[in-house]
Write a protein that binds this ligand. Structure first.
Ligand code: UDP
Ligand code: MG
Length: 311
């Protein structure tokens, strides 16, 4: 098997058949064989029944990994990579924002250059809200400042890997998955090509601002311990401030000036209380992750895996 297309699907009933048609038309002239690995990430609409129809009607190998509930795109990508058999593996969305023809371009690039292990598509221009672009830009600035791993601005999950890199990624079975980080962390020789994301074929994006914000925090907590250093810094700062306050208080006492300490006490108590709670929160975030990872729960649960008879 030369190529596997890994397709995470969450509530994509309107897109599954369209996606298959697009693949068939964009890859109609290829001389190699390919499979499509759909991961049904606990969809609550008719995605599974659409996929089952495809299993019957399709004339290329198709696998459907059916999750027991929604585990999120990160888990779906992991399952797809794990279940893929191809020499090359492309992760691609089901909504046709990423054209299968670009996957073919990536395959050709890998064929031409045996030293390259992965081709990654990045969006040069984004048709998104200005606030979102602002937050994304600053997220990359912050994480690149503190993390050892390089995060390329605008790089998407739309990538084609060589098998060796896929195997390495699958070996990294950490529970909190921030794939963009994992993809960079493993190293290998990665090339970047620009692409333009199309409009979604049908349905709406699953990423709300709240979800994106939580995802950004996941990236920061998974790939840097810098926030812990911020906590230490804040501790040092509060210690210095309280020392200065103490000195001022002593000087005032020595000078015999009347002094009402209540106001100062209130300010100091709330200031330090806030700092302590903030720092505890940061430590708690890491502790919680260690705790969940320690339970060693699976990244996903596949209720069943279907395969058609084209294998
Ligand atoms: N997706 C998924 N699980 C989720 C959310 C999304 O498998 O919990 C899939 C979704 O079906 C799509 C891809 O991930 O194929 C990208 O999602 P979406 O189009 O909503 O994201 P956007 O393109 O807006 O970043
Ligand atoms: Mg999309």
């Amino acid at each position: 098997m030369k190529l596997s297309l890994v397709v995470p699907c969450f509530n994509e009933e309107g897109n599954v058949a369209l996606f298959y048609d697009a693949v068939k038309s964009d890859l109609k002239d290829v001389a190699f064989d390919y499979e499509i690995v759909f991961v049904n990430d606990g969809s609550r609409d008719g995605t599974l029944s659409e996929l089952k129809k495809l299993l019957v009607s399709a004339d290329v190998p198709i696998k459907v990994v059916n999750f027991s509930r929604n585990f999120g795109k990160e888990s779906a990508m992991y399952a797809g990579l794990k279940e893929s058999e191809g020499e090359y593996v492309t992760v691609i969305d089901a909504d046709l924002q990423q054209r299968p023809s670009i996957a073919l371009t990536m395959v050709n690039m890998l064929d031409e250059d045996p030293d390259t292990d992965c081709i990654t598509c990045y969006q040069e221009t984004r048709s998104e809200q200005k606030v979102l672009i602002f937050f994304k830009k600053n997220f990359y600035k912050i994480i690149n400042k503190f993390a050892d791993t390089e995060f390329v601005q605008g790089a998407s999950d739309f990538r084609t890997f060589r098998r060796s890199m896929v195997d390495t990624i699958v070996e990294m079975d950490e529970y909190y998955r921030f794939s963009k980080g994992i993809f960079s962390w493993v190293g290998y020789n990665v090339k970047y090509i620009p692409y333009v994301a199309e409009e979604r074929a049908t349905g709406t994006s699953k990423w709300s601002f709240k979800k994106l914000f939580a995802y950004a925090l996941e990236g920061i907590f998974a790939f840097t311990t810098a926030p812990l250093k911020v906590a230490t810094g804040l501790g040092a700062l509060s210690l210095s401030v309280s020392a200065i306050c103490l000195i001022i208080r002593l000087i005032m006492l020595i000078c015999g000036s009347p002094f009402n300490p209540v106001m100062l006490m209130v300010i100091l108590i709330t200031l330090f209380g806030g700092l302590i709670l903030g720092c505890l929160g940061i430590i708690g975030e890491y502790l919680a992750r260690t705790y969940v990872q320690g339970k060693d729960r699976p990244i996903y649960i596949a209720k069943n895996i279907f395969k058609n008879n084209k294998y």
